[in-house]
Ligand binder design. Structure first.
Ligand SMILES: Cc1cc2nc3c(=O)[nH]c(=O)nc-3n(C[C@H](O)[C@H](O)[C@H](O)COP(=O)(O)OP(=O)(O)OC[C@H]3O[C@@H](n4cnc5c(N)ncnc54)[C@H](O)[C@@H]3O)c2cc1C
Length: 404
């Protein structure tokens, strides 16, 4: 990492750890001092949320370095999702998810338009395949209206057939403001923007621990070139790692850090031409939105994600899931041919509550929660985090303010 300014490492409140001590001794004491940089604001994690935050902070005049553990940005959830611009239907009124999804959706459409990012407002159907699902749709419509999403339209069986001839259901809700976005183009645009506002992206630089001191937050990094940075502002946007990283920062009260759970989702792709021109969702299921149809910008259809609670970050595609997927898909797409789906990819949702819990909100902790000046931790940034990224960035910026 480029050293911006050397600072002395003298602080009784942040003693050398065992590794530092060994390094310190091996390097003859003074070396470790030269190994510390001082940076105004560090954003940890270059997924869509970290990139959006880095862009926002840099554009307000802050000196920003974005540290990414992997050798490229967006290697985890931000490139392993459905790429849907969500309308803001499902989340409880007043929740961060509800507010930031609706604000984020508007901001994202504007941003895509301004930046020439491929996207399409193609709309989505949420389908009731059984009479008992209709009550769920009624609740969803009220929920959406509570959240300011007042464009949902009821469709009956014939309306749906006219729009999507292969879809069978008893009733449906049409969400015209739901769309899709090229997530890779979005990541690239945010990165370009952040850099042109002065932010620096440093890859292959995992933050391994930290320490709250009187003069800022000292972060220690691993990788091929271990580093130390002293910062006035730190944003922990590490997605699946957010809780473990927060726990590794000495001075952050452990009881403010939520537990971490992982819910993996698999996607199958439909071979051949897609018979759908909109996104098709069943009613939601515990832990996810049900095995739905999304389309990419080339019009290819994929199905998923399902929900598998796992213990480790492992993106391998589990074998033998075709049957479960085919059963779920045939409830609304009964004419799907046998063996017409193939394993695609997986993604993992960062959850703050275990299987069987009620849906959780995004958790954004600033100094009012943990008492550490200049630190913001983001936990449980699952769906609709892609949609909400620009609004999350505004939210974090409001917590931090313009100045350290
Ligand atoms: C299966 C699935 C489907 C989804 N579908 C949608 C959808 O259709 N629409 C929608 O709006 N949202 C969707 N989401 C949610 C969305 O993808 C995420 O909310 C969003 O990508 C989160 O971005 P992030 O930047 O917080 O996390 P990530 O993209 O995971 O980025 C975190 C980054 O932090 C880095 N990192 C971790 N630890 C460290 C460390 N110690 N030091 C440095 N760097 C570190 C990681 O390498 C990673 O690059 C979906 C998510 C999943 C899993």
């Amino acid at each position: 990492m480029r050293l911006l300014q050397s600072v002395p490492y003298a602080s009784a409140s942040c003693p050398l750890d065992a590794r530092d001590s060994a390094l310190y001794a091996a390097q003859g004491g003074d070396e470790i001092v030269r190994n510390i940089s001082e940076i105004d604001a560090v954003v940890i994690g270059a997924g869509v949320v970290g990139l959006a935050i880095a862009r926002r902070l840099a554009s307000s005049g802050r000196q920003v370095v974005l540290l990414e553990a992997e050798n490229r940005m967006g290697s985890h959830s931000s490139s392993r999702n459905s790429e849907v611009i969500h309308a803001g239907i499902y989340y409880p009124r007043g929740s961060l998810k509800a507010r930031l999804c609706v604000e984020g959706k508007r901001a994202l459409y504007r941003y895509c338009h301004a930046q020439g990012i491929a996207h399409s407002r193609l709309g989505k159907l949420i389908v009731a395949t059984r009479d008992e699902d209709i009550a769920v749709l009624e609740r969803l419509k009220l929920q959406a209206e509570d959240n300011g999403v007042d464009d949902l339209q009821w469709l009956d069986r014939q309306d749906v057939r006219a729009l999507e001839p292969e879809v069978v259901c008893v009733r449906a809700l049409l969400s015209p403001s739901t769309g899709i976005v090229d997530s890779h183009a979005l990541l690239a645009a945010l990165c370009r923007d952040a850099r042109s506002a002065g932010a620096e992206l440093v890859v292959s630089s995992p933050v391994v621990s930290g320490c709250v001191r009187a003069d800022g937050i000292l972060l220690s990094g691993g990788g091929a070139e271990p580093f130390r940075v002293l910062c006035q502002t730190v944003v922990n946007a590490t997605g699946l790692q957010a809780s473990s990283l927060a726990r590794s920062i000495e001075g952050v009260p452990k009881d403010t850090v939520p537990p971490s759970f992982l819910a993996k989702g698999h996607y199958f792709v439909l071979t051949g031409r897609s018979p759908f021109s909109r996104l098709i969702y069943p009613v939601p299921e515990p832990g996810g939105l049900g095995i739905h149809v999304t389309l990419d910008l080339a019009g290819r259809a994929r199905f998923g994600p399902d929900v598998h609670w796992v213990d480790t970050i492992d993106y391998r595609f589990e074998e033998g899931l075709e049957g479960v997927f085919e059963d779920a898909i045939r409830r609304y797409f009964p004419t799907m041919k046998a063996q017409s789906i193939e394993p695609g990819y997986t993604g993992i949702r960062p959850k703050v509550a275990p299987s069987g819990s009620a849906p959780q909100d995004f958790v954004v902790h600033g100094p009012e929660t943990h008492g550490v000046r200049g630190l913001v931790n983001l936990y449980g940034i699952e769906s609709p985090g892609l949609t909400a990224a620009l609004a999350l960035a505004e939210h974090v910026h409001a917590i931090i303010g313009e100045h350290p």
